[in-house]
Write a protein that binds this ligand. Sequence first.
Ligand code: GLV
Ligand code: MN
Ligand code: MN
Length: 444
Amino acid sequence: MLEGSSVIGGRNGKAGDDNDLNRDVRVDGRRLLDRLEELAGIGPIDGGGSCRLALTDDDRLGRDLLVTWMKDLGLTVTIDVVGNITGTWEVGAGAPVMTGSHIDTVRTGGRYDGNLGVLAGLEVIESLMAAGVRPRRPIAVTVFSNEEGARFQPDMLGSLVYVGGLGVEQALSTLAIDGPSYGDELGRIGYAGTVPCPGPAPHAFVELHIEQGPVLEREGFRFGAVTGVQGISWQEVTIEGQSNHAGTTPMSMRRDPALVAARLTVFLRELAERMGGDQVCTVGRIEVVPNLINVVPRSATLTLDVRNTDEKLLKAAEAEIDGFIEQIAADENVTISRRQLARFEPVEFDPRVVDSVERAITGRGHSVRRLPSGAGHDAQMLARVCPTAMIFTPSHLGISHNPAEHTDDADLVEGTQLLLDVMLDLLDTEFTPSSAESPTRSLT
Ligand code: GLV
Ligand code: MN
Ligand code: MN
């Protein structure tokens, strides 16, 4: 139910609906694609992707571009204390229907991860404005800070603080992998805002994102209704042994951190294969000191990324890793210390919003695949405070966190159209409290 010069309702048979009119609000695909191209040009890397690690100079340039676009649209732009940027179309009354995602990337980022969700949100607002629609509620698009967690852990830090899952001071004192604190870097790039966190709960939240996995393409679907996000356990493991001469130190006398790092890496692979199902394990970063050909290393530091859709299984995987680390430390006579970098339980999205996504997809004549997300997303944090779900578009060959990340233009544009449809539906929906809004996830 919307009011104003054009009254455009949801697609689901509610009072005031006008499905034909609704269909007439088309997003401008060219504008969306041009913006994606322009944003990808900030921090460009070989292969057509982008590197905009959180709170770097290139992240600042990307933010500046988004703020310019938001202001050009007449949105009210606010920046909160951890740097989340929200552009709000101040229209109607009550809590906004919010969308958004992130524009920070991993070092080897593609051009769609996160960027699509932000720019699609902007496109939805601009299309509705251009069509003369006046929504009953405000509509907001948010650029969440440091979603990737590649430079500052935990990942999804901005949205986590937004929903009150992590204190502001703790967030600001988080150290980057290259040294400086989150707070110092935020100030340096000019995005230490004043709007307090936690932020207000939106009426509902929906995020458009590329799948980043192979399921939709492999099974021949163009769009997915995302049912939730798998649990994530991140830790950093530091192994200390005895640095020594590679030629003179007998094998029996070695206390070799590189060997232990390698065995731990193999253990994770075997664990995931043994557990099967959704279990995935990754060692993405290994640093050996002093990293020289003829020196038994002094230390090795590696990161473990362990995920499962089932919390019990995720806990079981963590317990096995604990046991292995204890055993190998004793066997190889090394000291092992560990730091938990992120721990999020699996999240289930609100079935009412998942249903809305599904209706939007089928309403435009597409078949729909329900699926959980393997990647972490800001939506999983917003799910703590309001009805939330996501829309997926396919990723060619399931490749992501790689400049080769690719989604067809037609899917990007139609996905944005679906986002518009879902947001109209959410504007129309009065939610009663549901269990989906209770905080069941924690950072430990
Ligand atoms: C974020 O992209 C993650 O899932 O690691
Ligand atoms: Mn992302
Ligand atoms: Mn990502």
